[in-house]
Design a protein around this ligand. Structure first.
Ligand SMILES: [Zn+2]
Length: 165
């Protein structure tokens, strides 16, 4: 599994010419470097991610679909370590996932009861994501922030609401 910088750099803590170049021209960000170091250490070199999006108050780590659980770690161990190091909330999302998977990953541990299409006054298609009412307190962040992240990752307009039942 790949990380944004090579193993040599991760082991030595000093950027090699190749990775240094990537860092200089912005292909790899400081946040990605910080996260890569932690994941390399805690994941025994077996876990990777593709990129990390820094949203100011939160960072979204994009990884292969089958690695989402591993990056979160047992009981959230790895995600907690990253949060501690970079001082930001961390969400992990599978790369190239559909709206349902992206939303589930982002809203977890709150659970989604359903998603349906609604039309705004302007006729624009939006997706209403219904979160189980009993999970209201487990939604990790403000709905408008989560909506913005979902749009960034899937290109779709969403409205996160609590389910009526
Ligand atoms: Zn390197």
């Amino acid at each position: 599994m790949v990380l944004p910088i090579c193993d040599v750099c991760l082991k030595s803590g000093i950027l090699c010419p190749g990775c240094g170049k990537k860092f200089k021209n912005g292909e790899v960000t400081q946040t990605e470097l910080d996260i890569a170091k932690i994941i390399f250490k805690l994941g025994d070199g077996k876990i990777g991610f593709n990129r990390a999006i820094d949203r100011g108050d939160a960072v979204i780590i994009i990884t292969d679909k089958n690695q989402v659980g591993q990056i979160i770690g047992k009981g959230g161990k790895i995600v907690r370590a990253i949060t501690k190091e970079i001082g930001k909330k961390v969400r992990v999302v599978g790369d190239g996932s559909d709206l349902k998977s992206v939303s589930s990953d982002l809203i977890a541990p709150a659970r989604i009861s359903g998603i349906n299409i609604v039309y705004g006054r302007d006729g624009q298609e939006k997706y209403k994501i219904r979160v189980m009412r009993e999970d209201a307190r487990r939604i990790p962040g403000k709905p408008e922030q989560l909506n913005a992240i979902i749009k960034l990752l899937t290109g779709k307009e969403t409205i996160i609401v609590l389910d009526d039942q």
